[in-house]
Design a protein around this ligand. Structure first.
Ligand code: FES
Length: 102
């Protein structure tokens, strides 16, 4: 597991951006818990750090497609999944593994 930030720096509208083992990831605060996802939308690579969190849904800024967190399922295309990663908290620290999926 790799430390990517702390809970105290994570706020609802602003994900933490990190690179773990070469993969660019985002940490969102969803229902008071951290959720780690790929940084780019699986539809057409939209920049998800500019996306909007609405409840447990992440809305892509480019075409407005909606992804459920933490499952990564997509409302517009059931065959499309946003990659999510295993996250743990240790005290205030947020730890992510890109080898294991959430
Ligand atoms: S790039 Fe995200 S919905 Fe199209």
């Amino acid at each position: 597991m790799n430390k990517v930030g702390t809970m105290s720096e994570l706020s609802a509208g602003k994900p933490i951006r990190a690179t773990v083992d070469g993969e660019k990831i985002l940490i969102f605060l969803v229902d008071d818990r951290p959720v780690a996802t790929a940084a780019r939308c699986p539809h057409a690579q939209g920049p998800l750090h500019q996306g909007e969190i609405c409840g447990s849904q992440l809305i892509c800024p480019w075409h407005g497609w909606t992804f459920n967190l933490p499952s990564g399922s997509c409302e517009e295309d059931p065959d499309l999944f946003l990659k999510t990663y295993k996250v743990e908290c240790e005290g205030d620290d947020i730890l992510v593994s890109v080898d294991a999926h959430a």
